[in-house]
Design a protein around this ligand. Sequence first.
Ligand SMILES: NC(=O)c1ccc[n+]([C@@H]2O[C@H](COP(=O)([O-])OP(=O)(O)OC[C@H]3O[C@@H](n4cnc5c(N)ncnc54)[C@H](OP(=O)(O)O)[C@@H]3O)[C@@H](O)[C@H]2O)c1
Length: 339
Amino acid sequence: MLKTISFPKESLSMNRIFENHYLMKEFVDKAAFQEIPDKVKEVYGPLVFPAPGGERPYITGCLVLSMDGRLGFEGSPSSRTLTSSNELDSSAGLTDLWTLNLVRTYADAILFGSTTLQDEGEFTGHVYDPELQLFRNSHRERFAPTPWNVIITRKPEALPWDHPILTTPHIPVLLVIPENKQHMLHTCPGGRFCYGILDARVSGSEVAHVNKLSHYQEVEEGQVDPRHLVITLPSDNFADFHLLLPLLRKLGIQQMSVESPYWIWRLMEEKVLDEFFLTYTGAYAGGESVPGKEVGFIPADRPLMELASLHLTDVTVLHSRQVLRYIDKNKRYKEETDC
Ligand SMILES: NC(=O)c1ccc[n+]([C@@H]2O[C@H](COP(=O)([O-])OP(=O)(O)OC[C@H]3O[C@@H](n4cnc5c(N)ncnc54)[C@H](OP(=O)(O)O)[C@@H]3O)[C@@H](O)[C@H]2O)c1
């Protein structure tokens, strides 16, 4: 059984204080799927995502930061510890957790980082709110019951193999590893993941078969989930998103939510993070748990954000929906002077 959490409407506090009408119209114009659960309409307001363009999934990031931009407290890094530490938040962090659930409701895959798996032993990647899960279930033509839980790691042998993501039946897992680490899976507990190994340069027909499995095959209780898949990428320049993202799309992943701080910044660097659901909770954490510290941008080529909407929980938590824009200042200057 996948765990559920009750999110009573009266416990959620979301005051929509800003809406970018231009962006909202753009979302609707570009959306292929426009259904919104009644609970979302009531608590959050309109929520529609553009269909993915090109050959990759539409990619959203989702994080909560302290008021001073930290991922959590030193020594207690969990995001839930951070949000529940804010006693001015009458929902005690429940509203932020629900926002994460909102984004997951529309996701075909959720990307996690391996440090998060090491630091947080409790969570799994699916929709915890039974009402939102019901919405997913009622749209089987669009969504699988549970999104793929994607983990990209250079060291599969060092994963916490007893983590619930890796041990819970009914959670489809995509493990992305360098090709020179494939042999490690036979000697570590990850051997049980070897149901299918896909080379990222795989043929289309193999992927079509996997896609069918991921969406429709039911798993017997107690059986190892056959939807555990391993994708291998070239070991040099790992992880090559030019190979990985089109493969994810071929697997049926139209929208992916990234909950890994490291990979959110890396995907910004690749200019493929489309949106960011970034919450600031009004607690100061201090310390060194700062996101993006391994990815430094230069002023001429920094991602920019356009605000799509802003919600407040009480007067102490800010929930933003942002659209990322990638405008190369030097290139624009060159284009302007060439004209
Ligand atoms: N506030 C929030 O909303 C929130 C959300 C999630 C997590 N967290 C917290 O944030 C912390 C984790 O964040 P994080 O950004 O440090 O880690 P992360 O995103 O969980 O994982 C990062 C992983 O990326 C891989 N990596 C790192 N450098 C790389 C490189 N140069 N090339 C390829 N792969 C590389 C490493 O995996 P391998 O070594 O396995 O290759 C590393 O473990 C945890 O303490 C967690 O509790 C907070």
